[in-house]
Write a protein that binds this ligand. Structure first.
Ligand SMILES: NC(=O)c1ccc[n+]([C@@H]2O[C@H](COP(=O)([O-])OP(=O)(O)OC[C@H]3O[C@@H](n4cnc5c(N)ncnc54)[C@H](O)[C@@H]3O)[C@@H](O)[C@H]2O)c1
Length: 322
């Protein structure tokens, strides 16, 4: 079998950084494609020596020629597409959001088609679903109706449609994964980043108020990164889209986990929940790619706080963004 070579977009982001870390830890040649901003999330979790093993390409996913050339030059055998603008950024600039999240994803699939690459793994989101009142009690099932309530969710839904048409017309397979709330070092922006910001505040010994309440599926960044890599390696044909589950828990349980790891932490939360269902089933994901890693919430929160303490001491993270 040919040696694996991974090509990853959005690799300077939270999830991307953890995918890069896992691949480098495994010794896999990895090319990362991102706008070329500050690699602070990568530096938070990787040594300079390990970062030197990664090939960096500064580029914009909205430019088809740049994307296609970068993928060709990388000799990619596996593609993970994460580059996107999150909910608040799509709301602030829907035109840019559509260019990056919709056109950018079409560019990835078109490049794969032109280059004869057989499969892409990409990030969708549980934002493709609707308000909690639209679904029966309990965890939302894989095939529940989609009804996105913001531009970001509409764009992610479009990605899922794009993926299915590239499979139907051109035989490019894909697995789309829908995370809920990713937490852990590097999660410093986006609608659901405030639980992680509370962990950073606790590590720094300062009070923090989480911006929402209710139930969420919380998933540790490293688990999500490993699931994306596992999906990329899965022998799979088709255009499947799967929910990620994580630990379905109330924000109060996150606060308890923070206080268990850091007694004396002054963390509170807003009572109002997000306009999203409490949690999602991942039964179909496991059928498609096998059992997935699942760090218990309490353990993931404790690890995150410990990692933040080390990073604060080393000057690799600040509390300026809280
Ligand atoms: N974080 C979550 O809880 C969550 C939940 C659901 C889905 N997702 C999805 O997972 C993926 C990764 O999320 P994240 O939290 O790591 O996001 P992030 O915001 O931390 O990182 C996104 C990365 O995309 C890059 N990017 C933006 N525009 C680009 C462009 N035009 N060209 C190239 N790169 C560009 C950014 O520079 C950044 O490094 C995204 O697609 C996101 O929508 C995340």
């Amino acid at each position: 079998m040919a040696e694996e070579r991974f090509f990853l977009t959005g690799a300077l982001g939270c999830l991307g950084s953890w995918v890069v870390k896992n691949l480098v830890d495994e010794g896999i040649p990895t090319t990362v494609f991102d706008l070329g901003g500050n690699p602070h999330r990568l530096k938070l979790i990787m040594s300079d020596d390990d970062l030197a093993k990664v090939t960096f390409i500064n580029g914009d996913v909205t430019d088809l020629n740049v994307v296609e050339t970068a993928i060709r030059d990388s000799g990619a055998t596996h593609i993970i597409h994460l580059a996107a603008l999150q909910v608040p950024f799509c709301k602030a600039d829907p035109m840019l959001g559509a260019r990056v999240n919709v056109v950018g994803t079409v560019n990835m699939f078109e490049s794969a088609k032109r280059l004869g690459i057989k499969k892409i793994v990409y990030a969708s989101s549980i934002a493709v679903y609707g308000a909690p009142s639209e679904y029966p009690e309990g965890l939302v099932k894989h095939d529940a109706p989609l009804h996105p309530l913001n531009h970001y969710g509409v764009y992610k839904r479009a990605n899922e449609g794009t993926a299915s048409i590239y499979w139907q017309d051109d035989g490019v397979s894909s697995i789309g994964l829908r995370p809920y709330t990713i937490y852990g070092p590097g999660r410093d922006q986006g609608l659901t980043s405030t639980p992680t910001k509370a962990m950073l505040a606790a590590a720094a010994g300062i009070p923090y108020h989480i911006s929402y309440g209710g139930y969420n599926g919380f998933q540790y960044t490293d688990d999500v990164a490993k699931i994306f890599i596992q999906a990329a390696r899965a022998a799979y044909e088709g255009a499947g889209v799967y929910n990620l589950r994580g630990s379905v828990a109330h924000v109060s349980e996150v606060v308890e986990a923070i206080k268990a790891a850091e007694p004396g932490a002054q963390i509170t939360f807003e009572a109002k929940p997000l306009a999203l269902p409490d949690g999602f089933e991942d039964v179909e994901l496991v059928k498609a790619i096998g059992a997935v890693p699942e760090t218990p919430l309490k353990e993931g929160v404790a690890m995150t706080i410990a990692q933040f303490k080390q990073a604060l001491a080393a000057g690799k993270v600040t509390t300026d963004n809280l």
